[in-house]
Design a protein around this ligand. Sequence first.
Ligand code: TRP
Length: 329
Amino acid sequence: MLSASSQPNFPAPFNPNNNNTTANNSGSNESKKRALSDEQIYQWLSELVTGNNRERALLELGKKREQYDDLALVLWNSYGVMAVLLEEIVSVYPFLNPPVLTASVSNRVCNALALLQCVASNSHTRTLFLSANLPLYLYPFLSTSARQRSFEYLRLTSLGVIGALVKNDTPDVINFLLTTEIVPLCLNIMEISSELSKTVAIFILQKILLDQQGLFYICTTYERFHTVASVLSKMIEQLNVPADRSNQQNQDSGSNFAVSHPSPLGSSGRLLKHVVRCYLRLSDNLEARKALANILPEPLRDGTFSTLLQDDPATKKCLTQLLQNISEA
Ligand code: TRP
């Protein structure tokens, strides 16, 4: 579903479970070629920088990004490439407010974002990417709230870049993100966006929480904790709606609600898995644990999700542990 080949115009959205874009996974690179010695790559890079056929170059390079381990290094070190990618990004800002982003402009910038994701994933370029503060260029995209498909896709692809950064459990990445406003941005996306974006946003939140500084950051004021807990609780509420009502809600929100399929059990399960783990992690903080004893949503306590969790013993175990933690509060 998330492969680049099934949607040739779209870069593959970030998939938290797919680990094949990083340079440091030694297992899967035996068949990978070297971008450094591929003539075609240089041709497209040159098209990209000289600007003659930039849109096509973005698309072609985006397609190649899964094939090479070293594409990130080539992108980062080739003259003008990062500047062009930033130019592509910044040129879209005027269409965000008022929200008038067309599908083709969105596709084009998403191809540029896919290349940034490549740079963010690679262990050799990740730190450089952070030192240059590049994630901040995505924040205007993440702060949008328009529901059109072009915006949904822009948010999803931008989240993919942040997702690629946090995937590898580097405290540096978390520390960087904590100095920015990424948490409220993710929380907002968890409230307003499509299921796919929600999943990537909560994946990022979970990674932040799992980090010691991250947990401390969120639990350091009651307001922060409370904002996080209430967004999680709203997600539980939405999972809790019976299938026919959630269907109706999607229809109510209009035809421009991207990815507006009714939630099949599978994707609800995927979100629930993250929600439970976020709550469990919050319960490691003693203050948060006390608060959760009062505000943890009822459906998590009364077995509402037992059928959904039947096939997911790991999440079931997390839920049991969470309930035990708060009972000791
Ligand atoms: N500036 C806000 C703060 O530091 C950012 C923020 C809003 C936030 N909502 C949050 C941070 C929820 C963590 C959790 O509090």
